[in-house]
Structures are given as C-alpha cells and as structure tokens.
Ligand binder design. Structure first.
Ligand code: GDP
Length: 299
C-alpha cells in the first residue's frame, strides 16, 4: 500500500513541494490563496472543488500564518469530504446467478485488463466467473481476455473478429445462468469516434441480454484512464448519454500525476467510484477509499 500511495502522491506532491516553498511561515492573504487555487486546478481537482477549498481557508485562516502541515491537513479533510459519498465498494449480488456487469469505456482506458483483474479477485474469493469478449473489433482484446480467462479459470465466450457482440453477450448470459455462475463480466468495444454506432452497439447488447433476463445488466461500469486528466470528465458525459452508467473504475493511478481527476469526477457526477487500477498485474485493482486517497493525494 505504501508504494501505491507514494506513487499516487505525485499528483499533488509536485504541487505540494511548491506549496511548501510558498507556504512556510507565510501569511494566508489574497495572493497566497490565489496561488493555492491555481495549484489545485493544475492538479485536476476542478474549479468547483478548488473554490470550495479556498473559501474554507478564507473562512478559517485568512490573515494568519499557516504551516504547510496545516494546509495539507485542511486539504486532505476537504478532499476526503468530496470523495466519501462516492467511495462505494462493488460487491456482486450473491442472489443473482449471474450478476451481470457490462464494462464500457473508450478504447485503451483499461476495460479488458480491469475485467481480468476483477475476474481474478472473484475467483480468489471462490466465486465462479464467465467472461464475454464483446470487444469484437480489436482482435487483441479477444486474445487478451482469453489469456485472462485461462489464467484465472473463467470460461470466455468469444467469436469472430468483427462479429456480433450482442449475440456473444446473450450466449454468455444463457450459459452463466444455466451454470449458476456468480458473475458475468461483459467486455465491450469503445470506439468513441463513431458515437452513433457505439450507442447502437451498446443498446443492442443490453436489449438482447434483456430478452433472456429483463433485469440484466445489473451494473454498467465505466472505465476511465486517470492519465487523460480532464478528458475523463467528457467521457463520463458522453457515456451517460449512451448507457445508464452505475459506477466508475479509474485506472492507471500508478505513475500518474493526475490523481486529482477523481476528485473532480466525484464533485461533478456523484457516481460511485468502485475501484482504482494501480498497475497491469492481476492484483493491481483496489477498492476506493476516500480517506486514504485524499491523504495520498496531498502527500
Ligand atoms: P481497453 O482497450 O479499454 O480494453 O484497454 P486495455 O485493458 O487493453 O488496456 C490498455 C493498456 O493499459 C494495456 O497496456 C494495459 O496493460 C494498460 N493498463 C490497464 N489498466 C492499467 C493500470 O491500472 N495501470 C497501468 N499502468 N496500466 C494499465
């Protein structure tokens, strides 16, 4: 955990170093607050959160000499406050056989890898998992999922490249239901350059699955790449138009200097942030903890 958070820290710690030099024995006046606000925005926290934090400083400490420790403590407290309502663990419903999870997101954000990691976790917990290789446009995605499936011991429903993802999803749901599988994870293509085609494809996957089980999918998880910073905001907007997003997974928080985007996402959309990806390996998926994250971010 220590390694993860020291890496995550790069987000605000670059700023914090500057904050240190800016704030050691410094008067919290208008100039200083403006500088701090700029730092918060540069760290991707977004203008709304930045403004709220500055207001807090203004109310509590304006005109006082503050140390960087005090600044950090207030920052961590305020950030944690924004994150707490969205830090919702993701647990498949054991009553559902299977709990159907549709995983969506722009290509390259880490959908396939995240599905592999989730499958690994659930298998470790003794749950049965079936995977649907619904990203039929990217041959590598199918192979990638097959590798994960073999590694973790989960059957993979796959078809021809360019084939019908909805048909695969239907087959996967039928099989998982017959076999009373605990979790069905459905990968999808994320070709955002053709929004209408993507919308139709996702709608069809959902429509076809509903023919078999009208409660499916039970969760629609949107995978976002933290390194894309503010682009993640636009991606949530677009995917919310396309599907009924139930929660977020933010990947690539290892080595990223952009961890602040999670705060902006939490503030803007109030969608649950279920998990974060902190590497490419099977165990590099963590539940999202507001306090740990806030503390890690601030340094
Ligand atoms: P997809 O197109 O959305 O299915 O994305 P992939 O799962 O193929 O991931 C794209 C790339 O990001 C791959 O090289 C993954 O190994 C990598 N990746 C995914 N999640 C993470 C993460 O949390 N950290 C890091 N460093 N790389 C990741």
């Amino acid at each position: 955990m220590a390694g993860f958070f020291s890496r995550l820290k790069q987000g605000l710690s670059r700023s914090s170093e500057r904050l240190n030099s800016v704030f050691v024995k410094r008067l919290l006046d208008d100039d200083t607050l403006e500088e701090l606000e700029d730092e918060l925005i540069a760290a991707d926290l977004g203008p709304a959160v930045a403004e709220r934090i500055i207001t807090k400083f203004r109310e509590t400490s304006f005109g006082q000499n503050v140390t960087s420790e005090e600044i950090r403590a207030t920052l961590a407290h305020e950030i944690s406050h924004v994150l707490e309502p969205v830090a919702v663990p993701f647990t498949p419903d054991p009553e559902k056989k299977p709990h159907v999870v549709l995983v969506v997101g722009v290509n390259g954000t880490g959908k396939t890898t995240t599905i592999g990691k989730m499958a690994h976790q659930y298998r470790q917990e003794g749950k049965s998992v079936t995977l649907v290789a619904g990203d039929t446009f990217r041959a590598a995605a199918v192979e990638q999922l097959q590798v994960w499936g073999e590694r973790v011991g989960a059957p993979v429903i796959a078809g021809k490249q360019g084939g019908d993802a909805a048909g695969l999803a239907y087959d996967g749901l039928k099989r998982a239901t017959e076999e009373k599988t605990d979790v069905l994870l459905v990968d999808t293509a994320g070709r955002l350059h053709n929004k209408n085609a993507l919308m139709e494809e996702l709608a069809k996957i959902i429509r076809v699955m509903k023919k078999f089980d009208d409660t499916a999918p039970h969760s629609v998880l949107l995978v976002l790449d933290a390194t894309t910073g503010q682009n993640a905001i636009e991606q949530v907007r677009v995917f919310q138009e396309l599907v009924n997003v139930s929660g977020l997974i933010v990947t690539k928080l290892d080595g990223s200097a952009r961890g602040g985007i999670v705060v902006a996402l939490a503030e803007k959309f109030k969608l649950p942030v279920h998990m974060v990806g902190v590497g490419e390996k099977a165990e590099d998926l963590r539940p999202f903890s507001a306090q740990d994250y806030a503390r890690g971010l601030v340094g």
